[in-house]
Design a protein around this ligand. Structure first.
Ligand code: ZN
Length: 318
C-alpha cells in the first residue's frame, strides 16, 4: 500500500514536472507568436458560411455570446469606410449597423472626413481566432481615431496602419492628438444606444480636460488597456434580444476623478493590451449558441473590389 502510494506520488511528480516544462515551453513560444493561441472552437465560428436566418438576436454576453440574423455593414457610406474587410468581421446586430451609419453621417456633418471602422463581429458572432476577447454578439465595434485618410479603395484599406495617440512616458496624449479625435469620440459616445466606449486612460484624461458644454457623455468613456489608436464602442442590449446579458451601466459621474487617477498610477497596465489574451469566459457561452453555429444561413460571397491574395489572417470564406 505504501509502495503504491509512493509510486503514485512519483507518477504525480513526473506529470507535474512534464506539465511545468511543457507550459514553460508554451510560454516561450507564445511570446514569439504575434497573436495568442486561438480559443477553443473559434475556428468554427470564423468559418461559418454567413449569418444564420431568422430575426436578429444577440445571445449571451459581450465576451461569450453569439448572434442570429446579423447583417453586414456596407463597406463604405457617408462619413465612414470599413478597413481590412478581408477579415470578414463587418457583421453586427441591425442596431449596430444603424448606429454606425448614423455615426458616419454625424462625422461627415461635423467636417471630420471619413472614419475608419475596424473589427465589428463575425457573421454569427462567437469567439475570434485572434484579436479580441469580446465582440461576440454583434454589439461591439472598433473605430480608429485617425481622420487623415481620404476615402480609399478596398485594397488600400487592407494595409492602413493605426496611429497611436498616447505618450506612455508622460501618460498623456501625444502631439498627434487634436480636437478632431476628441470630437469623434464625443459623437460616438453621445448616442443613447451606446453603453460604454473603451479608451486608453491617457485619452480619457484628455477628454476630461476638454471644456465640453455638456459633459453627460463622459461617464461612458471607460479607461482600459491599449485602445490608444482606436475606440471600442459597445452598445446596450437591443430590444427583442431576451437572452442578451447587458453589463451594469457605467458608474454615474464623469469618471474623471479617483478611478481614473488609479489607472494613471501605473504606466505598465496602460501599455498592456487586453485584446488577444485567452478568453476565460468562453466556457460560459450559452447553450443556445451551439444551435446558432449549426443553423442554416446565407452564404458569404467574395468581398467586391478586394483583390484575391490580400487576405489577412482569419480570412476563411470568400
Ligand atoms: Zn475592440
Amino acid at each position: 500500500m505504501r509502495r503504491l502510494a509512493v509510486g503514485l506520488l512519483m507518477a504525480g511528480l513526473v506529470v507535474t514536472l512534464t506539465a511545468a516544462l511543457a507550459s514553460g515551453a508554451e510560454a516561450r513560444t507564445a511570446k514569439k507568436r504575434k497573436h495568442a493561441p486561438p480559443p477553443p472552437n473559434s475556428i468554427a465560428w470564423s468559418q461559418v458560411s454567413g449569418p444564420s436566418f431568422g430575426p436578429a438576436q444577440s445571445i449571451g454576453g459581450y465576451a461569450a455570446g453569439c448572434i442570429t440574423g446579423a447583417q453586414p455593414l456596407a463597406g463604405e457610406g457617408t462619413g465612414y469606410q470599413v478597413i481590412r474587410m478581408s477579415r470578414q468581421r463587418y457583421y453586427g446586430h441591425p442596431e449596430l449597423i444603424d448606429y454606425l451609419k448614423d455615426f458616419g453621417r454625424k462625422v461627415a456633418a461635423a467636417g471630420l472626413g471619413s472614419a475608419l471602422v475596424g473589427d465589428m463581429g463575425q457573421a454569427r458572432g462567437g469567439p475570434m481566432s485572434f484579436g479580441h476577447a469580446s465582440h461576440q454578439m454583434g454589439l461591439d465595434a472598433d473605430v480608429w481615431l485617425r481622420l487623415d485618410l481620404p476615402p480609399m479603395g478596398r485594397n488600400a484599406r487592407e494595409g492602413v496602419s493605426e496611429v497611436k495617440y498616447v505618450d506612455y512616458d508622460r501618460v498623456r496624449v501625444n502631439a498627434d492628438w487634436s480636437d478632431r479625435q476628441a470630437q469623434l469620440i464625443r459623437i460616438a459616445a453621445a448616442d443613447p444606444r451606446v453603453a460604454r466606449i473603451f479608451v486608453n486612460p491617457a485619452i480619457k484624461v484628455a477628454m476630461c480636460r476638454h471644456p465640453w458644454p455638456n459633459r453627460d457623455f463622459l461617464h461612458k468613456l471607460r479607461p482600459w488597456y491599449g485602445h490608444d489608436g482606436h475606440m471600442h464602442i459597445r452598445l446596450h442590449c437591443p430590444a427583442g434580444s431576451p437572452q442578451c446579458e447587458d453589463q451594469k451601466d457605467a458608474p454615474d459621474g464623469d469618471g474623471c476623478g479617483g478611478e481614473l487617477t488609479s489607472w494613471l498610477g501605473s504606466v505598465y497596465p496602460l501599455v498592456e493590451k487586453h485584446e488577444g489574451k485567452p478568453q476565460p469566459r468562453y466556457v460560459n457561452m450559452p447553450a443556445a449558441c451551439r444551435a446558432v453555429l449549426r443553423a442554416g444561413g446565407t452564404r458569404v460571397a467574395a468581398v467586391d473590389g478586394l483583390a484575391p491574395g490580400d487576405a489577412s489572417p482569419g480570412k476563411t470564406v470568400r
